[in-house]
Design a protein around this ligand. Sequence first.
Ligand code: CTP
Ligand code: CA
Length: 226
Amino acid sequence: EQHQSKEQPLAGKKVLVTAGPTIEVVDAVRYFTNHSSGKMGFAIAEVARQLGAEVTLVTGPVQLDEPVGVEVINVTSAKDMYDAVTKQFNEQHIVIKAAAVADYRPKKQHSRKMKKQDDDLMIEMERTDDILKTLGKLKTDQYLVGFAAETDKLLEYGQGKLERKNLDAIVINDISEEQNGFKSDTNAVHVLTNKGFNKAIPLKSKHEIASQLFSIFIGEMSGDGS
Ligand code: CTP
Ligand code: CA
């Protein structure tokens, strides 16, 4: 079955998207997380589906309706997301990591509630595995896209992540601007690819940003350099 029409350029393709924050448990009542709303990742999953792809969305806890026609896998911790994503990676054509994954987790996770003491509390944190970097090493034919959330030196840090993680493209977010923020319905991004493509996409709805991202990725995958 082939229908690679203009409207369904991703027909027959498998797309994996990650979205949302992760949650790292401290004890029975407390956890570390971040401000990610999941909106950008959900918009990407929705647009991929509209373009004809078979879409898997691995998401941390968010307050959003599941996109229609998309397989949703709910996860909580960075470790859960790592397991779900690496398990699915082989069979994918495009993988887009929009999730805001915790870089650290508490070294000890207490199943009981920790009681307060008079002293200050020190919580020792350990690094989580970098999912995207792992995928960059495992990559065969997949088109691999990362996101970068930055407040400073956007292009420099973004380029560094593109190279270090062996990505095909990186979407850089200036999270110091409120309208580009984690919670917003709009975003403005800068896209860099490993073929040297470099473009700023000005403020638009996250849905429109997602559409423009796919025209860039599809153009690069088909090699027409657009
Ligand atoms: N990422 C990941 N696994 C992690 C941390 C990040 O897969 N444990 C991914 C994110 O999903 C994103 C990309 O790496 O696609 C960049 O995330 P970001 O937080 O901007 O960069 P880091 O490499 O974590 O560096 P830093 O937070 O220090 O800027
Ligand atoms: Ca990080």
